[in-house]
Ligand binder design. Structure first.
Ligand code: NAD
Length: 363
């Protein structure tokens, strides 16, 4: 193709595309392909500081390039520790200008849940690939808006379900799929920790707090991944032993899920105690995982004596490398936005059941 013809074709494609998409979609589409993606973290709290930024020092297909923060006092520390340059540092007001920054390919939203929708939608509108922490958002409506914004802007949306990238979790999922011990009958799934903080967003309804979104989604994921099915109904009860702290949101939730096959799962989650295990009871055997959602080193045993244990330093580098490769190769994410939405649909049903005194609610 000669230069004029090539330019003409390119211009025509851009002109046609411009009628359909926002300018940022075009900007993203014309950027050269990279084999190592630049990631910007939004929110520099515990999970960004202690887990995700260190994990990004051990990834092959992405690297930490930018930060978005409302705390100016954190900037120098992050600049010095990770060599982040001034032009890649944003605050919550000028965040949208990230659209013009070719260093940033992916935005990872690591804020309190009530902020996930706004910062995912703004990031998608800036034409960036989006990753967002769990719980995806406080409501189904929020999740659907996030999925739509990413779809409208032709970017992908992944949820930070790190466990789904862990070979130890994949091992029990495979045993269920292969029917190694026959069909799943009963699952027991627990995820919780003693939360000693008393005035954090985790105790505030408006910020998307409450144990169900925080640790409950892990108990729920354990049941969904163990059965390989989507629940069709739930009965739930919430309780608290510390009403002075847990009056806006719940401290503990017990919920029982029924699956289409007839399998049932008894699940529990709490900010009042440490617990982290999954028991899968099949027709002809069992699998026990403990812990089931640790950052590294999840362990399990099967009733035939097979051990489940691939030692891992951390799950987060695996997660971010898998998700980067899905962007680079344009393949599906292991845990896309639709996966986050599936959980929030169940979470809404759990709250509805609890509000009705534990009545069965169809999902
Ligand atoms: P955190 O409280 O330590 O950090 C929250 C960050 O948001 C802080 O930097 C804070 O300054 C910022 N922020 C901005 N506006 C805020 C506001 N109005 N109120 C409170 N904070 C505000 O929380 P975290 O533990 O880092 O959790 C952040 C997200 O990461 C949550 O969605 C949480 O569920 C998720 N998380 C996931 C995992 C995992 O294993 N996947 C582990 C921990 C946390």
């Amino acid at each position: 193709m000669n230069t004029n013809r090539r330019d003409f074709v390119k211009t025509s494609i851009l002109a046609a595309a411009s009628t359909a998409f926002s300018p940022n979609v075009l900007l993203a589409a014309t950027r050269p392909k990279k084999d190592k993606l630049g990631v910007a973290l939004v929110g520099l709290g515990y999970y960004s500081t202690d887990l995700i930024a260190p994990a990004l020092q051990n990834t092959k297909h992405c690297e930490l390039k930018g930060i978005v923060t409302g705390s100016p006092d954190k900037i120098d520390v992050w600049k010095e520790k990770y060599g982040i340059v001034d032009k890649n540092i944003y605050n919550y007001q000028n965040y949208d200008q990230i659209a013009n920054n070719p260093d940033i390919d992916v935005i990872y939203v690591i804020l309190p849940p009530s902020m996930h929708r706004e910062y995912t939608v703004r990031g998608a509108n800036a034409g960036k690939q989006m990753w967002c922490e769990k719980p995806m958002a406080p409501s189904v409506a929020d999740c659907e808006a996030m999925i739509k914004a990413c779809s409208d802007n032709k970017v992908k949306l992944a949820i930070g379900y790190r466990c789904q990238h862990d070979p130890n979790i994949q091992a029990y999922m495979k045993a269920t799929k292969d029917q190694k011990f026959g069909k799943v009958r009963i699952v027991n799934s627990a995820a919780g920790y003693y939360e000693g903080r008393t005035t954090h967003w985790k105790q505030q309804k408006a910020m998307g707090g409450g144990v169900m979104g925080d640790m409950g989604v892990y108990a729920l994921q354990g049941a969904r991944l163990a059965t390989g099915e989507e629940p069709i109904s739930v009965m739930a009860k919430t309780s608290t032993t510390r009403p002075d702290i847990y009056h806006e949101v719940e401290e503990t939730v017990l919920f029982q899920l029924t699956f289409p096959s007839g399998a049932v799962a008894n699940c529990q989650t709490s900010f009042g105690m440490n617990m982290n295990w999954l028991n899968i009871n099949y027709e002809k055997g069992w699998i026990k995982m403990e812990p089931q959602t640790g950052y590294g080193g999840n362990k399990g045993m099967m009733s035939d004596g097979t051990e489940i244990y691939t030692p891992l330093d951390r799950q987060q580098p695996l997660q971010m490398d898998d998700d980067s490769l899905a962007i680079i190769n344009n393949t599906p994410y292991i845990a896309p936005g639709e996966e986050g939405l599936r959980d929030i649909r169940v979470v809404e049903a759990i709250y509805k059941s609890a509000a009705m005194g534990g009545c069965e609610v169809k999902i």
